[in-house]
Design a protein around this ligand. Structure first.
Ligand code: PHE
Length: 315
């Protein structure tokens, strides 16, 4: 330390060198550097002696074949992986991915979807409202509680037939093992002449077979959505308990999302003649759908957003 440390004699000498003439600098600098090297070699030898290793300088001891430290390589988050997979599965059926606002007017989130102002979904308990002035025609702004806000927006583009796959972030005021306040949905919409329930069922069967594998089952449960008629909820047999019932599912089945035939009022709001055209729609949660993939064994949806690498690196 006395000679070679950061504040040692060598360092001090190097500092003082600035006061010398150019020639003197050269000569003295050389001497100091030689002394420094000698001291360092001595220290290395001393260290080796103490540790019992063969005598070598620091450079000699450097193992040139030792592999360097690899930089951490990440991968897409599992939600992004799931979205990519969903998009690829629907592509051959002609569905194109689009995105619509994640903060939208009540008009598109509710009004045009046949959901009147008295519907519980308009309750602040379910939906996050933006603290901003309401628009006379479009109402208040909300964090979209579902991707169905894209339905009428897509129709208003005026291009028929429609094969839409809208995937966006949604928000609802609930959080537990199978709900997140921030989650993703994928929404399919097909509008054409002669679209019937068999097209809906065939499309969902096709998706389920490709996403979950051949061994899984879905069931359609009659339900009531205001913007589809008839409406269904789609359940899949739970991959965690294989039908026995567990903390995640309801008696062996887990709800993936809703579906149904587009209500004539929604077509009208989208300036499409319901006497000529019909359509089907479905909207499912991306995270839940991914969790139900065979073998993932994720029993709490909140893990997905915890950003714990020990969890994320498994996928
Ligand atoms: N928007 C509904 C929901 O979030 C799902 C749905 C979409 C139902 C399309 C029918 C048709 O629960």
């Amino acid at each position: 330390m006395k000679y070679a440390g950061k504040k040692g004699l060598v360092a001090k000498a190097l500092e003082e060198i600035v006061n010398l003439s150019a020639e003197e600098k050269k000569a003295v600098g050389k001497k100091i550097n030689e002394a420094k090297q000698e001291i360092q070699t001595k220290i290395a030898e001393l260290q080796d002696k103490l540790s019992g290793a063969p005598s070598a300088t620091a450079l000699d001891r450097f193992v040139k074949t030792l592999p360097g430290k690899k930089p951490m390589a990440g991968h897409l988050h599992i939600i992004s992986q799931a979205i990519e997979e969903i998009v690829e599965i629907f592509k051959p059926l002609g569905f194109t991915r689009v995105r619509y606002p994640e903060i939208d007017w009540e008009y598109f989130a509710f009004e045009t979807l046949n959901i009147p102002a008295t519907h519980p979904a308009r309750d602040e308990w379910e939906t996050f409202f933006i603290d901003a002035a309401a628009d006379k025609q479009y109402g208040r702004q909300v964090i979209t509680p579902h991707t169905s806000n894209g339905q009428v927006r897509e129709m208003l583009k005026g291009e028929l037939p429609i094969r839409m796959l809208s995937i966006s972030r949604c928000g609802r005021r609930q959080e537990d093992v199978n709900h997140l306040q921030t989650f993703f949905q994928f929404e399919g919409l097909a509008v054409d002449k002669g679209i019937s329930i068999t097209h809906l069922k065939g499309t969902l069967d096709y998706f389920v077979k490709h996403f979950f594998g051949p061994g899984r089952q879905i069931r359609l449960r009659p339900y009531d959505f205001r913007f589809t008629e008839p409406s269904f909820e789609i359940d899949i047999n739970c991959d965690l308990c294989r039908g026995e019932g567990c903390k995640f599912c309801k008696g062996g089945w887990t709800e993936l999302g809703g579906a149904g035939m587009v209500h004539p009022n929604v077509l009208k709001a989208g300036k499409i003649d319901p006497n000529v055209y019909t359509g089907f729609a479905f909207g499912w949660g991306v995270e839940r759908t991914y969790m139900m993939k065979s073998g993932t064994k994720i029993d709490d949806i909140r893990y997905l957003l915890n950003n714990d690498l020990r969890f994320l690196e498994q996928f």
